[in-house]
Write a protein that binds this ligand. Structure first.
Ligand code: SAM
Ligand code: DTB
Ligand code: SF4
Length: 327
């Protein structure tokens, strides 16, 4: 199937038919679409930094940072601005073109912590990095302040389908998520929005989530696809490891539905071989997350050196969101 146009009117049945194609046919078609819209030799390396860790009041069943689960992580207050900027500078030097700052907050509050985040945004943007934040729910006004400070993108995931959402989170609604996404979009900030598989959802739930994402009035520019990073002490800590073929199907389908988007192979890489990751790139993923500590936020992730070696073996170069080669 050739997908040369951007469509926002995908039906559930069309998406189901793509998702359930014979696997190798699906990969081939997605790889073909990928090549029509992107340089397949380039992936964007994004550095992810937890600027405020743990102690979160929400009850997201997958999350090691929710205060209500005994996960043994170290709770950390909001980092100092200069420490964050120093890490961002090193990230740029090691090949990242995007820097994502994550806070274990339910929502942004208009207080001194937010003011400090705004300063971080301005200084990281001045380094020439695409600066992204993921801070929980935002009002319209907060989204505008972030934009004015120089924010490039905001990450706010749908996590799962509307139907399955309340099995995973009860402290906020799917509509809350959609409202924040509206605020981000209306402020003129690039939207990063994806989800997680391996939460116990059905294939139909996965397809429903892809349907919601691909029928938003504008597709997200960035779609992270996460495999559950299982954290002991959370309600989902004993879930089975996510089947990487399902990740491949998710990535390939997302690539075909939203051809222009950056599809990010996000959580789950620590449990994948290079072969498995290569299939994800073949299926249309064109970005990974990294961090100098070999962690994502509170779970393990491959180290910078390991990723560099994988990219060398696979013949991949680091790019930015416009797929420009960055050295
Ligand atoms: N607290 C904010 C929020 O939830 O919107 C921002 C940070 S939160 C850690 C960002 C996203 O990371 C979540 O929406 C979820 O999709 C993903 N995530 C969190 N824990 C995860 C896990 N254990 N495995 C996979 N993805 C996870
Ligand atoms: C996203 O979709 N994945 C990243 C980023 N956005 C913030 C976070 C994944 C978190 C994985 C589990 C952890 O380390 O806490
Ligand atoms: Fe809090 Fe975000 Fe974790 Fe949910 S995913 S518990 S909102 S840090």
């Amino acid at each position: 199937m050739q997908v040369n146009t951007i469509r926002n009117n995908w039906t559930f049945e069309e998406i189901e038919a793509i998702y359930n194609r014979p696997l190798l046919q699906l990969i081939y078609e997605a790889a073909t679409v990928h090549r029509q819209w992107h340089d397949p030799e380039r992936i964007q390396v994004c550095t992810l930094l937890s600027i405020k860790t743990g102690g979160c009041p929400e009850d997201c069943a997958y999350c090691g940072q929710a205060a209500r689960y005994q996960t043994g992580i170290t709770v950390k207050a909001l980092m100092k601005k200069d420490d964050v900027v120093a890490i961002a500078r090193r990230a740029r030097e090691s090949g990242s073109s995007r820097f994502c700052m994550a806070a274990a907050w339910r929502e942004v509050k208009d207080n001194r912590d937010f003011d400090r985040v705004l300063e971080m945004v301005t200084e990281v943007a001045a380094l020439g990095l695409e600066v992204c934040c993921t801070l929980g729910m935002l009002t319209e006004n907060q989204a505008e302040k972030l934009k004015q400070a120089g924010l490039y993108a905001y990450n706010h995931n749908l996590d799962s389908s509307a139907e399955y959402y309340e099995q995973i989170i009860t402290t906020r609604t799917y509509d809350d998520r959609l409202h924040t996404l509206d605020h981000v979009r209306n402020a003129g900030i690039s939207v990063c929005c994806g989800g997680i598989i391996g939460l116990g959802e059905t294939r139909a739930n996965r397809i429903q989530m892809l349907h919601t994402l691909s029928t938003l009035p504008e597709h997200p520019e960035s779609v992270p696809v996460n495999a559950l990073a299982r954290v002991e002490g959370t309600p989902l800590g004993a879930n089975a490891k996510t089947d990487t073929w399902e990740m491949v199907r998710m990535i390939a389908t997302a690539r075909m539905l939203m051809p222009r988007a950056m599809i990010r192979l996000s959580a789950g890489r620590a449990e994948m071989s290079e072969f498995e990751q290569a299939f994800c790139f073949m299926a249309g993923a064109n970005s990974i997350f990294t961090n100098e500590n070999g962690e994502l936020l509170v779970t393990p992730n491959p180290g910078v050196g390991q990723d560099r070696e994988m990219m060398r073996v696979l013949g991949l170069k680091a790019s930015n969101s416009n797929n420009a080669y960055i050295g």
